[in-house]
Design a protein around this ligand. Structure first.
Ligand SMILES: [Zn+2]
Length: 199
């Protein structure tokens, strides 16, 4: 990349820090930036800044939000007796798009991984237990991916909620073992929600 002027090299360096973007792809994106109009690239820069300035974490479910609470928590038509636990906001979007779930969420922002220092506290499982106790929740539906870490996380949630009357359910494994839920198509997701079972 040393053949490029310094500002281009700097841009390639920044772009290659995105997940899944290698140096070659970054160089292609940088060429696109160069060819685009200044107005288009100002819009791109502004939308990145807007996301950084305006997006917060929902104080109830830890979903992304523009206010103190997210759109799902603010929606009075959502069923507050069921909480769906997801690993990340991408999985939340996949569940929403399936149209198969009308309750609320709890976003873990990860899965249990003691080796990486991710324990119950990082996943805000204490907050989940408090919500279950305070909001009269009848079911906690764990929609973590069918990976070893996703399963371990589901079992931990079951253990934490053991002394409460809440029913803990797990997404049905119509989805491939070891796969990631966020990439599941709408139909499969809707079925996996419909056929959820007790842990
Ligand atoms: Zn929320």
């Amino acid at each position: 990349m040393s053949g490029y002027p310094l500002p281009i090299r700097a841009l390639i360096g920044e772009l290659s820090r995105f997940p899944g973007i290698g140096e070659k792809t970054a160089a292609r994106l940088a060429a696109h930036v160069l060819q685009s109009s200044t107005a288009d690239m100002v819009r791109l820069a502004e939308s990145i800044l807007e996301v950084k300035e305006k997006i917060k974490i929902c104080s109830t479910c830890f979903n992304l939000a523009e206010r103190d609470q997210c759109d799902v928590c603010l929606d009075p038509s959502r069923d507050r007796s069921v909480i769906c636990v997801v690993e990340d906001t991408e999985t939340l979007v996949a569940v929403e798009e399936s149209g198969g779930f009308a309750g609320t969420y709890h976003v873990l922002h990860g899965v249990l991984s003691p080796a990486d220092g991710i324990g119950p506290e990082q996943l805000r499982l204490g907050d989940l237990a408090r919500r279950v106790a305070a909001e009269g929740v009848g079911e906690v539906f764990v929609a973590t991916s069918p990976s070893v870490q996703g399963e371990t996380t589901a079992l931990l949630i079951k253990r934490i909620l053991e002394d409460t009357p809440v029913l803990v359910t797990r997404i049905a494994l119509g989805v491939p073992l070891g796969g990631s839920l966020k990439y599941v198509d709408k139909m499969t997701m809707a079925k996996a929600i419909e056929f959820r079972r007790g842990v």
